[in-house]
Design a protein around this ligand. Sequence first.
Ligand SMILES: [Zn+2]
Ligand SMILES: [Zn+2]
Length: 253
Amino acid sequence: MKRFKEKMNRFLKKVTNFLEMSLFPADMKCAFCDRDVPDFENNPFCDSCEKEITFNNGNRCLICGEPIDNEAVVCNFCQKHGRSFKKAICPFVYSGKVRTSVLAFKDSNKRYLAKVFAKFIYDAIKSEGIEFNRLTYIPLTVKKKKKRGFNQAELLAKELGNLMKVSPENMFIKTKDVKAQKFSSFQERHDNMIGMYILADVKFKNSDNILIIDDIITTGATVDYCSMLCAKKVANVYIAAIARNKLKEKVDS
Ligand SMILES: [Zn+2]
Ligand SMILES: [Zn+2]
């Protein structure tokens, strides 16, 4: 019996090692390319990739995190329309190597990047002093999740949950996929969302502080809509994503 147990333990250890290796390469390679990096724990990027990374640590909207060129505290969009969430945290600007890596994460199945991105989200949440007791993520439709094999926002939430000792919950359901709505107005985008996302069967407390995870924030319409679904039932809703883009188009017409 003892020998069997030992054998079983050895076998399980091998399986765990194998899984860890395949999900997250343990060698000291840059998170975004094949180059070696000296101190992966503290900086997972090589010099070359780091040049193509923009951290979202300059002046940015106090609410939605959009980078702002002038001294304004809140962006035009948030000033005009307000948001259902209190604050959005995005450690990177969606451009250069971050953009190509987020796309690779989603579309080329580079799941190990969830761990890298989650660590940066974790650091940003800590430095902004955001406190939450419940964690969730923006869902995909059942069809889309089946096609991709995973939901990238859910994976990020799991990795962040590991770091923060909070288990992610499924609070929203996406009922249908619609065409990209990049150039539509605020009202059109909002109307498009009605019925697209609905609340799952969740019990909220009015003392809850919710953190919703998404991969990137483009206009903020999706995270805003999902926040709106639960905002009145809880104390605060916060958002965290890998990256925030800087809006070129005027989308608040
Ligand atoms: Zn690199
Ligand atoms: Zn804003």
